[in-house]
Design a protein around this ligand. Structure first.
Ligand SMILES: [Fe+2]
Ligand SMILES: [Fe+2]
Length: 296
């Protein structure tokens, strides 16, 4: 928890009714161009995708104000030790599901269902099995909430810290409140970086993407790692506004990030996949790539 936010009430600190409100809001910003999901009953889906957006603006206000370069360094130093828990992946999914979305009780799709819908949509389209697995894992980092992190340090569009913020980032006006905005080490176009230094040398705002990337980085092929690490980096994969930090290799890999994003955003459906029918396939897939237990 950042010292700066200690005076806020619980509601002020976590203005979204659930983490999913952020993702639903993304659908308004980037609506589905050609409907990947097949199981959409139009009426049910309309109700599902248009909940109240209460708290989104307040959420970005906090995110943009408090995600400083120093905050990112602090969180990396803590979480990248991976000394909190050790469990099987299935136990980790159960742990993740303790994040209950009580804003949408009629729909009742938990975190795991979103992961499964994403991975199943990828599988239906015949992509490599490691990409299916990426779909299944991509939001695992949201367990950060269960370690007491506020919503603004778990979800939200991600962006580089340590250099000027793109005005293509949603609600970018709130960055004026971030101390880095007036810190001359961090507020120039390149800040602490150099032209086209490659994203591997760039620190992103802290959240579930960076965390899950580090969790599994030894086990999956590189395109999968890019998808995990940058799936919320909308200012680049949708807006192309950080080309000045990217190198050739990043551009190659971002083709995968763009491909993945469509499944993340547009695979949501009110119909839950049948886990009983799928668990053998996924059990084999997990065993093929991942060790018996992972560290959080
Ligand atoms: Fe995500
Ligand atoms: Fe997601």
């Amino acid at each position: 928890m950042s010292k700066a936010t200690k005076t806020l009430t619980e509601k002020e600190l976590n203005p979204l009714a659930s983490l999913d409100v952020w993702e639903d809001d993304l659908l308004d910003r980037y609506p589905d161009p050609n409907a990947i999901a097949t199981a959409k009953d139009t009426e049910t889906f309309r109700v599902y995708t248009v909940p109240a957006r209460d708290g989104v603006k307040e959420f970005y206000d906090l995110n943009h104000t408090y995600q400083t370069y120093d905050f990112v360094m602090e969180k990396r130093a803590d979480y990248l030790k991976f000394d909190k828990k050790e469990m099987t992946i299935m136990e980790a999914f159960e742990f993740l599901n303790q994040l209950v979305d009580d804003s949408d009780p009629d729909i009742d799709l938990d975190q795991f269902q979103h992961l499964l819908q994403t991975s199943e949509a990828i599988r239906r389209d015949g992509h490599p099995d490691w990409m299916v697995l990426t779909g299944l894992l991509h939001d695992m980092g949201k367990v950060l909430c269960l370690f007491g992190e506020p919503q603004w340090a778990v979800v939200g569009d991600t962006f580089p810290v340590g250099c000027a913020y793109s005005d293509k980032i949603v609600y970018s006006e709130f960055f004026k409140k971030n101390p880095d905005y007036t810190d001359e080490r961090y507020n120039t176009k390149y800040g602490v970086y150099s032209p086209n230094c490659g994203l591997r040398n760039v620190h992103m705002s802290w959240g579930h993407d960076e965390y899950v990337y580090h969790m599994v980085k030894d086990y999956l092929p590189e395109p999968a790692l890019y998808m995990l690490r940058y799936h919320s980096f909308y200012a680049q994969h949708k807006e192309n506004d950080y080309n000045h930090l990217m190198d050739e290799h990043d551009h190659e890999m971002f083709k995968w990030v763009v491909l993945f994003n469509a499944y993340d955003l547009y695979s949501k459906s009110p119909v839950a996949p049948n886990w009983e029918e799928l668990k053998e396939y996924y059990g084999d897939l997990l065993a093929k790539y991942l060790p018996a237990t992972i560290k959080l």
